[in-house]
Design a protein around this ligand. Structure first.
Ligand code: AMP
Ligand code: ZN
Length: 113
């Protein structure tokens, strides 16, 4: 998707602070961190949000979760971390390319659930 900011990051057209990459997944530091560690994990194929996951593309969501676990080891997040994916307007999604936020490095008291 030529006009998608995260597709352009994957293509190297927009700079990013890479944390992890494999055949399926790219991960980089959030430009506006909400915790000492704030990493975004995205599939290399454009999927708009969790709401667009299908039987045909769900392997990419699974690959993102594998990457979350690998990044948690790589970044020494043994104190714990939170994974969030905002989906759509009411959840405040601002970039329409599926992404999982990894938040860590502080105690997160403001739980919704
Ligand atoms: P969301 O609001 O859940 O859709 O999350 C989008 C996230 O992307 C926000 O936390 C932004 O700070 C982050 N973001 C937007 N543009 C960039 C960029 N160029 N590099 C890194 N993070 C970005
Ligand atoms: Zn995209």
């Amino acid at each position: 998707m030529a006009d998608c900011i995260f597709c352009r990051i994957i293509a190297g057209e927009i700079p990013s602070n890479k944390v992890y990459e494999n055949e399926y997944v790219y991960a980089f530091r959030d430009i506006n961190p909400q915790a000492p560690v704030h990493i975004l994990v995205i599939p290399k194929e454009h999927i708009a949000s969790v709401g667009e996951i299908t039987p045909e593309n769900s392997v990419l969501a699974a690959k993102c979760m594998e990457a979350v676990a690998e990044i948690a080891r790589q970044e020494n997040l043994e104190g714990g971390f939170r994974v969030i994916s905002n989906c759509g307007k009411d959840a405040g999604q601002t970039v329409p390319h599926l992404h999982f936020h990894i938040l860590a490095g502080k105690s997160m008291g403001e739980k919704l659930l």
